[in-house]
Every structure is written in structure tokens, then in C-alpha cells.
Design a protein around this ligand. Structure first.
Ligand code: SF4
Length: 391
């Protein structure tokens, strides 16, 4: 707290806390910045598949009462994505004429011209969605990466003096589009093992029993049968992949498996192809009724950051960003970021990478999808970020 843009302490400066707990449970969601360091430092991902991710973009609407059908749940996959790009939608009617609508794009997409934000806006133009939203009011907007690697990608959960729980560990069940149940269960399981260790007088060591227990716990029993859905979807595309994944999933529930345990292959950033090898994608202009631009969306995300602080988005090597992210991949950060944080401004000698860090909605996509892993997301000053009311 209290460090200025120039890196100097301001009035109100406070040092970070030093955690001296016997055990520290890390529960910071998908692609957490502490988890990333722990995984690297303790080699927690050795022998595991790379973690896979999707970017979920969501809006909260209040719609016309005559269009509201309390309890109605709609899901889709595919359109407007092509068959080779994974993703799908959700739309829930609930509460006081409220609708939560969103779209998830799997971040192993190949085409750097793809904009998940524009894909979501286009999705809302479908008659089945637009007819629900038209005449309503958009109340809020948000975006967040979710884990999709599942069973094969869960890292070693324990390290000296701590453990990963929830989406920091990657317990989302992709076909159920759900992870909160396993997040809660993993917190309970880790707590049981912490309590037993503390009762036995232990501290600061590895909770090896927690690591040994999760695959035979309800979390493992939830994730194992669906472990091939994501790799099959990635390998065979939406139509064939989802059908095969569904078949394998249901056979697994009766103890049979067609494929064993399939691998995920490359991490998501490595799936991106050079811009010149892919087709460009035109995005339609927003109509301001059901479709919107990024900046008006950031406004309703309630984002607030202290302006006078060092940027919380660290580009390790700016020359590499120009030579590769811009020159080879066509600047995909300007498209994958759902908050308009990254812009290549100017041209020729004056070309520069502008980072509008105060727009950031903390989705972590840049940390995941930058083709060279050249961007590190770190927490901004205390509590800054989106304020997701009702989301
Ligand atoms: S800067 Fe990164 S973390 Fe922030 S909104 Fe954009 S992609 Fe997400």
C-alpha cells in the first residue's frame, strides 16, 4: 500500500504482511499470482498436464417483466465460434426480473484475430438471446478466466507450510460448468488435514495426506469421469469432440473408458498461430441496446484503482513484445483483453505499447494467453479492481 507511480513511498505507505502461520491455504482463484510463483518455485506442475483455461465474460441484466421466466436456464456451445474453437454460453433467469448472460471462450484458440469480447457481443444478437434482452437494462459487466484442465492438470497441491485449494488448484468440472462445489470441498478437505497436523504438533511441513486424499475424495470422483471431455473437444472440434466427450463421460460413469486418460497437449498460449497464417475477423459495431463497446462495459464493472501506483501489469521484455506479440501475432492482447487495457498506438518508429492498467477487470487472461508468456499480472494496491455488485 502507498507506493507511487515512481516507485517511491507515499504518505500512508504500509509494508506487505509476512505470513507466519503454521499452514497457509492459497485460495486465489484461477491463475493466481501467488499460485503461479508457488508452482514454479516448488515444481508443483511436474508430471502433470498443462493447466487449460477459458475466458468467461458475463453481464447482468434487468429485463422486461413479460420476458422473464424465473428459473429458466439456457446453455449453448458453438456459435458464433467456429467448429475448431471451443466455448459456449449460459443464460439464467432469476430474482427480480434479472438475467445473467455470459459466454466462455476456451483460451486454446488458434486465431489471434479472435476477440472473446466481440464474440460475446455477437452472441447476444442471436434472436433467442436478443429477444430476451431487448428493452432491458444492462446492470453490470465482468470477466474472469476459469480453469478447464481438470483431473490431468491439477498440480501437486502441497508445499512446505501450505496448500492450494479451489480454483487455484483447478477443480472446475467443465461439462458441469461448475467449480464452486469442489472449491468448498477442497477447503474442507484441506482444513481437515491442517487440523490433524496442528493437533499432532506439526507446522510448516507438507500436508502430504491432503495431496494423497483428493483423488479418492468426492472431488476426484467428480472430475475423473469427465477428464476426456476437454481434450476431445480440443482435438476433434465442437461437433465431433462434444459428442465423443459425452459418450466417454457416460461410459465412465459405469466404469468403462474408451480413451483412458487423454493428454491436453500444449498450454493455451502455445496454441496461438501467427497472424499471417490466420483469417481476419470483422467485429460488428455495437448498437448500444444489446451490444456494447469495451469502455462502456468497463464502466458498469465498477472498476476502481488508485491512479498513482506502479502498473500491476508487468511486461518482462518490451522489445520482445514489439518483435513477437505485435509483429508476428498482430497484437492479440488488444483483442483478448475484455477491458481494453492493451493498445498498440502510433506506427513506425513511434509505435508504443500502451497499458491502460486502471481499466483492468482482473480476469488474468493476459497472464495466460500472451504468446510469449511475457506478461505478469500482479495485485494492484489494496482492494483496487472491479466491484461486481450482484454478479
Ligand atoms: S489486463 Fe489482463 S487481467 Fe486485466 S482485464 Fe485485461 S486481460 Fe484481464
Amino acid at each position: 500500500m502507498g507506493i507511487g507511480k515512481d516507485g517511491e513511498a507515499k504518505a500512508g505507505f504500509q509494508r506487505g504482511m509476512e505470513l507466519r502461520a503454521k499452514y497457509t491455504l492459497v485460495a486465489e482463484g484461477a491463475r493466481g499470482s501467488l499460485t503461479k510463483q508457488l508452482v514454479a518455485r516448488f515444481g508443483l506442475d511436474e508430471g502433470r498436464d498443462p493447466q487449460k483455461y477459458g475466458l468467461g465474460i458475463k453481464e447482468l441484466w434487468r429485463i422486461a417483466p413479460e420476458r422473464h421466466r424465473p428459473g429458466l436456464v439456457q446453455h449453448s456451445f458453438g456459435w458464433p465460434l467456429d467448429n475448431r474453437t471451443g466455448g459456449g454460453s449460459f443464460l439464467y433467469h432469476y430474482g427480480d426480473n434479472l438475467v445473467a448472460v455470459g459466454f466462455v471462450v476456451h483460451l486454446n484458440y488458434a486465431n489471434p484475430h479472435l476477440s472473446p469480447f466481440a464474440t460475446f457481443q455477437q452472441f447476444k444478437t442471436h434472436p433467442a438471446i436478443g429477444s430476451v434482452l431487448d428493452g432491458g437494462e444492462r446492470l453490470s459487466y465482468g470477466a474472469r478466466a476459469i480453469t478447464e484442465g481438470g483431473w490431468q492438470s491439477v498440480p501437486k497441491l502441497v508445499f512446505p507450510g501450505g496448500a492450494l485449494v479451489g480454483c487455484a488448484a483447478g477443480f472446475v468440472n467443465v461439462p458441469r460448468i461448475k467449480g464452486s462445489h469442489n472449491a468448498i470441498l477442497s477447503g474442507m478437505l484441506a482444513a481437515d488435514h491442517v487440523a490433524a497436523a496442528v493437533a499432532a504438533g506439526r507446522a510448516h511441513d507438507e500436508l502430504a495426506d491432503y495431496e494423497a486424499a483428493w483423488r479418492d475424495s468426492p472431488i476426484g470422483r467428480d472430475l475423473k469421469p469427465v477428464r476426456n471431455v476437454k481434450p476431445l473437444w480440443s482435438k476433434f472440434g465442437t461437433i465431433a469432440g462434444v459428442a465423443l466427450g459425452g459418450l466417454d463421460m457416460w461410459l465412465n460413469t459405469i466404469g468403462l473408458s474408451l480413451f483412458g486418460t487423454l493428454k491436453h497437449g500444449k498450454p493455451d498460449h502455445a496454441a496461438t498461430k501467427p497472424a499471417a497464417a490466420t483469417r481476419t475477423i470483422e467485429a460488428a459495431s455495437p448498437d448500444g441496446r444489446t451490444t456494447f463497446d469495451r469502455l462502456s462495459s468497463v464502466f458498469v464493472a465498477g472498476v476502481s484503482h488508485e491512479e498513482d501506483q506502479p502498473p500491476h501489469l508487468h511486461v518482462r521484455d518490451m522489445a520482445l513484445q514489439k518483435a513477437s506479440e505485435h509483429d508476428v501475432y498482430g497484437g492479440p492482447s488488444a483483442l483478448y483483453c475484455p477491458a481494453g487495457v492493451y493498445e498498440w498506438v502510433g506506427e513506425g518508429e513511434s509505435l508504443r505499447y500502451q497499458i491502460n492498467a486502471t481499466n483492468c477487470v482482473h480476469c488474468k487472461t493476459c497472464d495466460i494467453k500472451d504468446p510469449n508468456q511475457n506478461i505478469d499480472w500482479v495485485p494492484p494496491e489494496g482492494g483496487g479492481g472491479p466491484n461486481y455488485r450482484g454478479m
